[in-house]
Design a protein around this ligand. Structure first.
Ligand code: DOR
Length: 442
């Protein structure tokens, strides 16, 4: 197939404000035409996308790559292939690698390794040295390389004074901090949500207050400093309500929810299956239903995967000893469609806002910053001149999740055996296919 010109023919195109039936012509990595009944230029490849919606490539704000340091669990290559199969054209690498991504040299290394990946790899820098929560990491030198998001994710910056100084520093650098909200004292020892199921199973739990108390404190710090803060993987509806109210008052805050918190509840832990162990933990059905309501009401800015691969020796152990985390990149889209109510009356604008446009804006993957890091613009409109970071999603063919279909090196997916309502048909990265007819091509 010619990689220069590709015509996507017969699909629905999800623009930023409207969904229209249109063909999309891509030439040299850029959208060259969007119109009905476009003729294929000579030599162009034609992809039949009837039954599909064509939208901006998905952007994940929250990926654990495991490289460097834990390549047995995942590599940039395997994670980015899983991402492409999930419709993603960009992912944000979390800094809890070995070594931690807390200096310009590690940032430069991960950015360089990401250049040959199946999607663009943006890098989040650590807020504190070694993600230990004590002294601030050299954020300025990382920002120089185009880093726009800073977090100790996997750990909470629990010292209020350190977080305050991080926010003040971030404001001066015009970058965004992102918090993993977990009060270590309130969460200590808790391996699942504290409630009826943890009592029944005899497992120590952690209350939602471990999350909401940090959200409340950090909203106060945002009011004090005026810095921008993003709240990672919020699992408690009360956390989202606090952030939404603050945003409505004009504070520069955003939040994400993970697909698993929108589709799985704590009852899944009934068989002590470690695939359902995650931080923050799965919540009770009533709270999941409230989180879904908040998603549909627009209170949540982005759905982000918290893709957390773990090698089998860290998952095939008793529940309380297992590492927390589950795979997310390949199936987040289907799960988000489920959370939004299924394909029947799917709000496609909301879908691409949650999975592409808002995350791209939060990560600043559009504009000067992304060019500094050597990336192309993500989360754009489907219009002439935009970088051709695109995905085509088949709304008429469901996907059955199987072990064999998992592209990650680790297999810790809780969704094996589940049928998801949509299939990613094609993914284009800067106009070059990374997925064709549901199969990875690089
Ligand atoms: O369950 C989790 N796993 N939550 C996190 O915040 C970190 C992640 C990991 O790195 O495994």
């Amino acid at each position: 197939m010619s990689e220069r010109a590709i015509l996507l023919k017969g699909g629905l195109v999800a623009g930023a404000r409207a969904v229209d039936r249109n063909d999309v012509l891509v030439v040299d990595g850029v959208i060259a035409a969007v119109a009905l009944d476009l003729a294929a230029p000579e030599g162009a490849a034609v992809l039949d996308v009837s039954g599909c919606v064509v939208g901006p490539g998905l952007v994940d704000l929250h990926t654990h790559l495991r490289e460097p340091g834990d390549e047995e669990a995942e590599t940039i290559e395997s994670a980015s292939r899983a991402a492409a199969l999930g419709g993603y054209t960009a992912i944000m690498a979390m800094p809890n690698t070995e070594p931690a991504c807390d200096s310009a040299s590690v940032v430069a290394d991960v950015l360089a390794r990401g250049r040959s990946a199946s999607c663009e790899v943006a890098v989040a820098g650590a807020i504190t040295v070694g993600r230990e929560g004590r002294s601030l990491a050299p954020m300025a030198e990382m920002a120089e390389l185009g880093v726009t998001l800073f977090t100790d994710d996997g750990a909470c910056v629990h010292d209020g004074d350190v977080m305050r100084r991080a926010l003040e520093y971030a404001k001066g650098l015009s970058v965004t901090c992102a918090q993993h909200c977990e009060d270590p004292a309130l969460a200590a020892g808790g391996v699942m949500h504290e409630g009826a199921w943890s009592s029944m199973l005899g497992l120590p739990g952690q209350p939602t207050l471990a999350e909401t108390s940090i959200v409340a404190r950090d909203l106060g710090l945002v009011a004090l400093t005026g810095a921008t803060l993003h709240f990672l993987h919020l699992s408690a509806p009360e956390s989202v309500r606090l952030v939404a109210a603050a945003r409505d008052r004009g504070l520069p805050v955003t939040c994400e929810a993970a697909p698993h918190h929108l589709t799985l509840d704590d009852a899944q832990c009934v068989n002590y299956d470690p695939r359902f162990k995650v931080n923050p933990p799965l919540r009770p059905t009533v709270l999941v239903a409230e989180l879904i309501e908040l998603l549909r009401a627009g209170a949540i800015d982005a759905v982000a995967t918290d893709h957390a691969p773990h090698a089998s020796e860290r998952k095939d152990v008793p529940f309380d000893e297992a590492s927390p985390g589950m795979l997310g990149l390949q199936h987040a889209l289907g799960l988000t469609v489920v959370a939004l109510g299924g394909t029947e009356r799917l709000d496609l604008l909301a879908l691409f806002d949650l999975l592409s446009r808002r995350p791209a804006a939060i990560a600043r993957l559009r504009g000067a910053d992304e060019r500094r890091a050597g990336h192309s613009a993500q989360g754009g409109d489907i219009e002439v001149g935009e970088a051709a970071n695109l995905c085509a999603i088949d709304l008429e063919s469901p996907t059955v999740v199987t072990d064999a279909s998992i592209a990650s090196r680790s297999k810790n997916s809780p969704y094996v055996g589940r049928t998801l309502p949509v299939t990613v048909r094609h993914t284009l990265l800067r106009g070059v296919p990374t997925v064709l007819d549901g199969a990875a091509v690089r």
